[in-house]
Design a protein around this ligand. Sequence first.
Ligand code: COA
Length: 127
Amino acid sequence: MTRSRSGCSPSRLDAIPFVVALASGEVVGWAALRPYSHRCAYRGVGDLSVYVAREARGKGVGGRLLAALEQRARARGIHKIVLFALSDNRTGRALYDKRGFCEVGVHREHGILDGRLRDVVVMEKIL
Ligand SMILES: CC(C)(COP(=O)(O)OP(=O)(O)OC[C@H]1O[C@@H](n2cnc3c(N)ncnc32)[C@H](O)[C@@H]1OP(=O)(O)O)[C@@H](O)C(=O)NCCC(=O)NCCS
């Protein structure tokens, strides 16, 4: 791990917290944190991604993945999780609301899906 002149490490996420959900020995979902920024000032912030296989959705897998990931993040000194979600992703939004994430704001015309610019909601949770 490299260190800046100020002596702080660039991220507490050099080893990325990553959890998977298994059903009958098969992976049916995963969640992970990437560093939010390479800058030292943001080294305690993780950027969330989560995915659950279609056939496994609506059974609490996403909620359990986030709970496990938050626990691992806390243990590594991560103090905050941020996420970026397409504004029409209602299932994702329901999951994040349930896990206590708060909306920070909306990036207008920020992501491209199916050739169209989409608004992206920014959410965060302080651990
Ligand atoms: C978003 C996603 C991870 C949710 O995973 P999941 O395992 O279905 O989530 P859970 O079963 O834990 O449900 C959590 C909450 O979401 C809501 N929810 C789940 N499925 C829903 C559905 N079909 N319709 C409406 N709300 C739903 C419910 O409020 C649920 O809590 P409850 O069942 O206790 O009421 C999953 O749908 C997914 O992988 N989607 C594609 C990838 C994606 O959008 N990732 C997020 C990118 S920002």
